[in-house]
Design a protein around this ligand. Structure first.
Ligand code: NAD
Length: 435
């Protein structure tokens, strides 16, 4: 380990960095970034470089509302890094989105892309608005003007947005159209997460859950466990949780608990996951009243005696106070930041394998990369080909991270950061810094 250890903790990032809650997912991520920098004995200048985004843009977005009045919204786009290639990251529409949050999430995207060897940097964007209060026309005008204000930032070779909180395929279609109108040609590769008919990819919707299951299977094999002999608990039954549960069920695993915002559902004999998915569809996308299991709380679900725990709902679910009660052998983070940094040590002491978010849920960005490749080729792959390539990239990423964890005798989370930061830093050194 480097003797420069405390330099990172005391002087460098703390100064210009955002003042966020110490337990925030971003602070947790920064803690892990500093740790990886120490292991790698990262040059102080490179550390500074990577701790700061390369570009931050704030735009005013005037929109004529349906009542004829002019309203002005604030929008953001932050490119954390673009040394590996064009930057990539979602756009969220939320009432309290803030530039510091966007900076944090952009950095997260840099490490996520690097860990799966996708040739993208990291970015994130947002507009401060409450989409529930906007009509479809207002939403479209807001999206188009946000895009128009960022025409010099976005681009298939520069920066490629994607959906995030409260943005969807339709929003991506408007971004693509606005960008295309201004470039005088159809430019599908400027965004991902588009409808399939507009150049979206087969398999994109299921990609995060599918990628997660690939790394869970790899983790199980390291522990000498057979997928058809294990029990699984899944927190969150949205896109990531339901696909993960379904694919583990297909593997023959016994999914003993699932949950959503309405609560948890437990069946020691295993839940019929296709029936739960059908129930969700028939019940306004809620598991409330699901008959195939008995009700438990979300907290109880996390503490169940099971082999695999998949937190796929939201951040900060397993903290210092609850980590001690976890009994699973593997935790695979479907959500971003479901385990806080101060819970890591406890889970490590308990010998639990934590497959970290930047690896476990990177299947989504991997298939976004495939979407961009297909758009640029103008040649579209079958779902079977998408899934095969996704599986290969996720499996390789798991093996790379596992190898680093063995080399340095560190956790998979620490290894994922070491792998990702090393990849970005090595590229940066080879390219040289234009200073
Ligand atoms: P989603 O909105 O489709 O589903 C979220 C699920 O979590 C729902 O079932 C909801 O009821 C449940 N939930 C919400 N609050 C809860 C709570 N307090 N307790 C228990 N359950 C709760 O979202 P998603 O796309 O599945 O994303 C889930 C997580 O994974 C998010 O953290 C997201 O950032 C992350 N993620 C998603 C993707 C993707 O491709 N969808 C990619 C990477 C990371």
């Amino acid at each position: 380990m480097s003797n420069k250890k405390n330099v990172y903790h005391t002087s460098i990032y703390k100064e210009p960095g955002p003042k966020l809650d110490k337990d925030s997912p971003f602070e947790s991520m920064m803690e892990r970034f500093r740790f990886a920098a120490e292991i790698l004995e990262l040059d102080e200048g490179l550390f500074k470089y990577l701790a700061n985004p390369v570009k931050q843009v704030i735009v005013s977005i005037p929109v004529i509302m349906d009542n004829g009045k002019l309203e002005v919204f604030e929008g953001y786009r932050v490119i954390h890094d673009n040394v590996l290639g064009p930057s990539k990251g979602g756009i969220r529409y939320t009432p309290d989105v803030h530039i510091e949050e966007i900076k944090a999430l952009a950095a997260w995207m840099t490490w996520k892309c690097a860990v799966v060897n996708v040739p993208f940097g990291g970015a994130k964007g947002g507009v401060r608005c409450n989409p529930k209060e906007l009509s479809i026309g207002e939403l479209e005008r807001l999206t188009r003007r946000y895009t128009a204000n960022l025409l010099e930032v976005f681009g298939p070779d520069r920066d490629i947005p994607a959906p995030d909180m409260n943005t969807n395929e339709q929003v991506m279609a408007w971004i693509m159209d606005t960008y295309s109108m201004n470039s005088l040609r159809t430019e599908t590769a400027v965004v991902t997460g588009k409808p399939i008919i507009l150049g979206g990819s087969q398999g994109r919707k299921e990609a995060t859950g599918r990628g997660l299951v690939t790394v869970v299977l790899a983790g199980l094999s390291k522990l000498g466990l057979m997928p058809n002999k294990v029990t699984v608990a899944v927190q969150g039954f949205g896109n990531v949780g339901s696909v993960s549960a379904d694919l583990m069920y297909e593997q023959g695993a016994s999914v003993i608990a699932i949950s959503d915002i309405s609560g948890g559902y437990y069946n020691q004999k295993g839940i019929d996951i296709p029936a739960a998915i059908q129930y969700l569809r028939n019940n306004d996308m809620s598991l409330s009243g699901f008959p195939g299991a008995e009700p438990i709380t979300n907290e109880e679900l996390l503490q169940l005696n099971c082999d695999v725990l998949i937190p796929a709902a939201k951040e900060d679910q397993i903290s210092k106070s609850s980590a001690d009660k976890i009994k699973a052998k593997i935790i695979a983070e479907g959500a971003n930041g479901p385990v806080t940094a101060n819970a890591d040590t406890i889970l490590e002491q308990k010998g639990i394998m934590v497959i970290p978010d930047i690896l476990a849920n990177a299947g989504g960005v991997t298939v976004s990369y495939f979407e961009w490749v297909q758009d640029r080729q103008g040649y579209f792959w079958t779902e079977e080909r998408v899934n095969r390539r996704l599986n290969r990239m996720m499996r390789n990423a798991f093996d790379n991270v596992y190898g680093v964890s063995e080399k340095y005798k560190i956790t998979l989370r620490q290894a994922a950061y070491v792998y990702a930061i090393n990849r970005v830093a090595t590229t940066l050194k080879l390219r040289g810094i234009y200073a």
